[in-house]
Write a protein that binds this ligand. Structure first.
Ligand code: ATP
Length: 136
């Protein structure tokens, strides 16, 4: 079975979390495929710049948080097994510039973000991220 690995981030600024609307229709976090020879962190930073226009020097990965989700989806009739690694990332900028891959974005308070996120796997990641930040 085909497999994909992506790296993404629960990006926050102040008390707000960044969500993107994917061309497929769902709302979720910044993420993208890990390319050959790239570390998970490098893939995340590249995607944050490509998808949201957030440069690396405006982002800080928070130590101690790294979570994984997995799901199956169908592409051109083939089943794909996908794993996504999520970091928790502070952004010093709210200046998002979307690429063609996404149709909208929002900076939302925790409760609003939980309601907006489409998939349960991603909701769970946000719950863990929010709890982690509250306990820090
Ligand atoms: P990437 O952002 O990693 O480059 P992509 O643009 O291909 O990936 P995905 O978000 O992985 O997009 O979406 C591919 C398919 O998987 C879509 O049909 C989407 O609805 C579905 N999908 C996305 N996230 C999840 C999830 N957490 N659980 C189940 N299905 C999901």
């Amino acid at each position: 079975m085909a497999m994909e690995r992506s790296a993404g981030g629960v990006i926050f600024h102040g008390g707000l979390y960044l969500l993107l609307k994917y061309g497929w229709g769902h709302w979720g976090f910044v993420k993208g495929n890990i390319e050959k020879g790239e570390t998970e962190e490098e893939a995340f930073f590249r995607e944050a710049e490509e998808e949201a226009g957030l440069p690396r020097n405006t982002l800080k990965i928070i130590d101690g948080f790294k979570e994984k989700i997995s799901y199956f989806y169908k592409k051109e009739g083939k089943t794909i097994f996908k794993e996504v690694i999520y970091f928790l990332v502070e952004s010093f900028s709210m200046d998002v510039r979307l690429s063609y891959e996404h149709t909208d974005y929002a900076w939302l308070k925790y409760e609003d973000a939980i309601n907006k996120i489409t998939y349960d796997g991603d909701k769970k990641i946000l719950m863990k991220a929010n709890q982690f930040l509250n306990e820090k």
